[in-house]
Design a protein around this ligand. Structure first.
Ligand code: TRP
Ligand code: CA
Ligand code: ZN
Length: 327
């Protein structure tokens, strides 16, 4: 059964430590974060490992890089434009340096070449694969920092946190960055439709992050797989922050292809062009009567168009879900 909350740990503590050292050579302090298995009873059921707190400053540093990439490439990171490929090369460089196995999947759409980036964390059960992803392309009218630099950066920083901590999950972890989402979910559809059915059957879940730092944020959880939904809701309940079910367009992001293929999906969202109600402003703060993101698909979707608290909470929620669902 995938998505289990506790597991039988079969590796002795020494092997865990060695794995941590090997995968975290450049960050020796991260080894301390790996809890040792009980010395006398390595087969005993142990408490789930805790996801690390994702440093929001690291996530914001990736956003600054996306902004610079857009500025150097005509103001956007759109499909078929040089800013898209530069964004992909930036993310891939970080993952390669951290020990991920990366691959670029090429496709064509609207007369341009598109790319998906797939990053596998070595290890875990090859027959149980948990995925987390985000679209990396912007619209052509702006740099796309909330949409979807935020999801892209938070997925990247979670992947890097996996590497830093030397986490050896029970399930295999795969992270993905999709091209041409803004042209109609093209990259993620291409990935799912080209995945052999035997590979598709190994996917225990797909977690999607598209717009998770809206400047006037709401806290929306996708109402899809109940077990995934509960992991996100429980995280937010622990923070004492209310959530609502995402309703601003079911199927309007990259989880759609996975859902159609029968993969359990879930995700987070802080709102796009819809208006925040007074009831929502009462529970979340922000401004009633204004959109969640007044710069949605506009040139003003810059690093100024991000709410740091929402980005921090959702980055931590992402890591929590990846850890909880893969251990
Ligand atoms: N995917 C849309 C975009 O990139 C944004 C969006 C609208 C969205 N409604 C959504 C994302 C609901 C996730 C869930 O422009
Ligand atoms: Ca954090
Ligand atoms: Zn968008």
């Amino acid at each position: 059964m995938p998505l289990r909350r506790t597991r039988l740990r079969s590796r002795p503590a020494a092997a865990l430590l060695a794995g941590g050292l090997l995968t975290a050579l450049h960050v020796p302090v991260a080894v301390a974060a790996e809890p040792a298995a009980p010395a006398a009873a390595p087969e005993a059921r142990v408490a789930p490992e805790q996801a690390p707190d994702i440093p929001v400053a690291n996530v914001k540093a990736h956003l600054s890089q996306f902004q610079s990439i857009a500025a150097a490439n005509g103001g956007n990171r759109a499909h078929g434009r040089p800013g898209y490929r530069a964004s992909l090369d930036y993310v891939k460089g970080k993952l390669d340096a951290a020990g991920f196995t990366t691959s670029i999947q090429q496709f064509s759409a609207s007369g341009g070449t598109g790319y998906n980036l797939i990053a596998d964390w070595p290890g875990g059960d090859p027959n149980q694969v948990l995925m987390a992803g985000a679209h990396l392309d912007s619209v052509s009218s702006g740099p796309g920092i909330n949409d979807n630099g935020t999801g892209s950066a938070a997925v990247l920083e979670t992947a890097l946190a996996v590497a830093r901590s030397g986490y050896q999950p029970r399930e295999h972890l795969r992270f993905s960055w999709w091209g041409a989402e803004e042209l109609g979910l093209v990259g993620s559809r291409y990935y799912v439709s080209n995945l052999p059915s035997a590979e598709r059957a190994k996917l225990t879940g797909y977690l999607n992050f598209d717009m998770i730092g809206s400047p006037n944020p709401g806290y929306f959880v996708y109402d899809d797989d109940p077990q995934i939904e509960k992991v996100f809701k429980d995280f937010y309940a622990g923070l004492g922050v209310a959530t609502e079910i995402e309703t601003e367009g079911d199927g309007r992001s990259d989880h759609a292809a996975f859902k159609s293929a029968g993969v359990p999906v879930g995700g987070l969202f802080t709102g796009a062009s819809r208006t925040k109600s007074s009831a929502q402003a009462a529970k979340w703060g922000g401004t009633a009567g204004l959109p969640f993101d007044r710069c949605y698909h506009s040139s003003c979707d810059t690093t100024s168009n991000v709410n740091d608290t929402a980005l921090d909470r959702n980055s931590d929620a992402l890591a929590h879900a990846v850890w909880t669902l893969s251990e």
